[in-house]
Design a protein around this ligand. Structure first.
Ligand code: SAM
Length: 222
């Protein structure tokens, strides 16, 4: 019998945000395939989990996929984790899931945190329909994407890095995006904060508060 590939969500900051099932699965599987073993090491050490970790770099995904598929075919169970949150959501994992599915290997979701869901849940903006854009492109296609946000008829949510968050707010100002936005920083961590208002207002709040950490941006619909 082949093993099972468990796609396991892990905390996005606060180490307590992990399900009982995730802890059990991480303990019971034969191998944990991680994005960065040093990051996952901190998590497993905290929960006294001694399962073998193997790295799963996006760039060597092909070779690693074959290695992991072999394990699964030998009847071993594999857990796939990313550095934070849900694998496959703006993170590696998709190709491994596809490869397992093509081999007829059982793939199970061990559901848990994801920054996109956590941010939407505290945004106060309508979430009955939303458009998730992952990370915006840096160069080519950025202006097309920004236009899509300006024209969106539903709430838009995306990830933005600390290096570009102020630039993004300036771009919104230039595009005269006069709508409520919510920028959420450091979800579940010590310096968690939400900034709300028009882009110019959020810009001012962020500058006053020091621009540091990880961000999710949510934009109200047109
Ligand atoms: N797979 C992850 C998930 O399910 O949340 C997302 C991984 S993506 C590579 C990382 C980005 O998610 C960060 O740059 C940031 O925009 C967002 N993010 C992750 N953790 C966050 C947190 N604690 N607070 C705010 N944003 C976060």
């Amino acid at each position: 019998m082949t093993g099972t590939l468990f796609v396991v969500a892990t905390p996005i900051g606060n180490l307590e945000d992990i399900t009982l099932r995730a802890l059990r699965v991480l303990k019971e599987v034969d191998v944990i395939a991680c994005e960065d073993t040093r990051v996952t090491q901190r998590l497993v050490k905290n929960y006294k989990i001694e399962t073998q970790l193997v790295s799963y770099h996006q760039h060597s995904e092909r070779g690693k996929i074959e290695f992991l598929i072999d394990k699964l075919k030998q009847g071993k169970d594999v857990a796939l984790v990313s550095d934070a949150g849900t694998p496959g959501i703006s993170d590696p994992g998709r190709l491994m899931v596809m490869a397992a599915a093509e081999e007829g290997i059982k793939v199970e979701a061990v559901a848990g945190p994801s920054a996109v869901a956590a941010a939407l849940s505290v945004s106060g903006l309508p979430t009955d329909r939303f458009l998730f854009l992952g990370f915006l492109p840096h160069k080519k296609k950025r202006s097309t994407m920004l236009k899509e946000i300006v024209d969106a008829k539903q709430t838009v949510v995306f990830y933005e890095s600390v290096h570009r968050i102020l630039k993004l707010l300036e771009e919104f100002k230039d595009l005269e995006l006069e709508r409520e936005i919510v920028v959420i920083r450091e979800l579940t961590k010590k310096f968690e904060a939400s900034y709300r208002g028009l882009p110019t207002e959020v810009y001012r709040q962020l500058i006053n508060d020091k621009v540091k950490g990880e961000f999710v941006v949510i934009v109200a619909s047109k």
